[in-house]
Design a protein around this ligand. Sequence first.
Ligand code: S3P
Length: 424
Amino acid sequence: MTAITVEGPRAFTGRLRVPGDKSISHRALMLAALGRRPCTIRGLSDGDDVLRTRRAVEALGARVEVAANGEVVVAGGVRGARGPINLGNSGTGIRLLAGLVSGFDFTTTLDGDASVRQRPMDRIIDPLTAMGASVRGSGLNGARAPLAIEGRPLRGIEYRLPVASAQVKGAVLLAGLRAEGPTTVHEPAPTRTHTEEMLAAAGVRVEQGDRSVTVWPGEVDPPDADVPGDPSQAAFWAVGACAAPDSELVVEDVYLGPARTGFIDVLRRMGADIAWDAETGAIRARSSALTGTRVSTEEMPGCIDEVPVLAVAAAVAEGVTVFEGIGELRFKETDRAAAVAEMVVGLGAGCRIDADALAIAGVGPGGVSGRVTVDAHGDHRMAMAAAIAGAVGRVAMTVEGFEATATSYPGFARDLGRVTGRAP
Ligand code: S3P
């Protein structure tokens, strides 16, 4: 395990770009693999999760070439894999791919690392089975990876998501491409819309309703893609700049579409001086006096991945911040409700978890001090949130398991050095 120590407080200044959006990157590779013509993807995420998806589509039969300038050219083809496909740490990769292969006439085994093997897969097994695929999971109740998927002729279904999940919605919609008749997914709260938007851009018939989306089976012709920066990564820098002294920072070219900008709304309610420009995708954040707020269950899918770093903002704010509807946090790369509680308590904040809510009593900007050690628990977002906590407070923060950042942001430590003028 790699440990780093970050000492604060530091100012966050300058301009930067973050890696290409992870959700869009996975889908761009998968749709290109289904595509009839080669397509070029620029700005793909350089994290390990997306690398795994690239290898997965290659294993299924697509050809992927990476040019010296980082452009990726994919010649589609899905013909069947010889051995198991390992998606590493990526819940999005394994779940979306399960949907993609389930209508093809071959058997695929999908697996992941120890974290992915702990995560619930019944949420995709149930709808894909209802569509006619044979999906056998492992472990207790067969609800875990590895998954053995025997593709079959599928029928379109109308499916009500039991939990608000864009991964599950995406898996069902991708399966729907090869089903008989339309497939409709209803969601209990709005989730990110990348699958439906990218399918529509690829010429698939898609109808978006109020909290529902329908796809019709058809061929996929994805256009060349420029992947914008990942808002979930921009959130680390935005919180850093808002919570640290003497800071003003711009993150350029960020995706600012539906269900991805919730963290900006939350930070604004906390009193943050943060603005975004829909034209350019720039987010500008400045030092601010932060106060507590309430994040509702309805809002949660729109900022679910940002909770670890929003918890850092809450820990240095005045007053109490309550995150409601945190059930899904327990099923992320680690149990993030527990990991966040451990981190903020380490920072000296108060923390209480009730059935479905997490409350953080902030120490106020002057309050965080001393030596703190946080274990990332193998979770990239916990590692980065803890590093930001180290940079904004009067602390020496040791982050154990910092190597987890490679999952989504291999250049995080370099960028922390750039925007704060000091390497970790
Ligand atoms: C993602 C959806 C979210 C999110 C994950 C990426 C996606 O998960 O947490 O990081 O790309 O569809 P859920 O669908 O489980 O909410």
